[in-house]
Design a protein. Structure first.
Length: 160
């Protein structure tokens, strides 16, 4: 039963985090904006979870480590997708595609494993209810962020 609950949490987290994954090959001038969004997210997350001070310190330390690891894996994954893009525009052998596909699958396994590791590790810091609130927060934050981007884009179109 415990394994099933962990698996369900892992899958939910995988879906949520996939929504957050953004290509890294964009403009580096976007980095300060991404840093501000990440800082705002942490503040909102801590408010939402209503953590004690010692919990907050432990949670943020683990969250930061997890995010750093995930960014590395996402960069690796994006590089492989870029490689597939290049391969698809040229005449490469099926073996070349298979090699890239296998590397992509390996990276996806690493991403999934890291998410599961993080959720399991959170049990040392958060209650099950707080972990559930964290997962819901992640999903809702992504939805709110996307809606805010759409609103800004809509406002820009109106102004022009």
């Amino acid at each position: 039963m415990k394994y099933l609950a962990t698996t369900v949490l892992g899958v939910m987290f995988l879906v949520t985090s996939s929504l957050l994954a953004q290509p890294e090959h964009g403009n580096r001038s976007q980095q300060p904006a991404m840093d501000r969004i990440e800082s705002w997210k942490k503040v909102r997350m801590l408010e939402s979870l209503k953590l004690e001070e010692d919990q907050s310190v432990k949670f943020i330390a683990r969250y930061n480590k997890h995010q750093e690891t995930m960014h590395g894996f996402e960069k690796e994954r994006n590089d492989l997708v870029d490689k597939l893009d290049t391969q698809s525009k040229s005449d490469v052998a099926d073996d070349d595609y298979n090699q890239t596909f296998n590397a992509l699958l390996d990276t996806d396994k690493k991403i999934s494993g890291e998410r599961l590791r993080f959720l399991t590790e959170l049990k040392e810091v958060l209650s099950n209810k707080q972990i559930a609130q964290y997962i819901v927060f992640e999903r809702n934050f992504v939805q709110e962020l996307r809606q805010a981007v759409r609103d800004v884009q809509r406002d820009r179109i109106k102004d022009h």
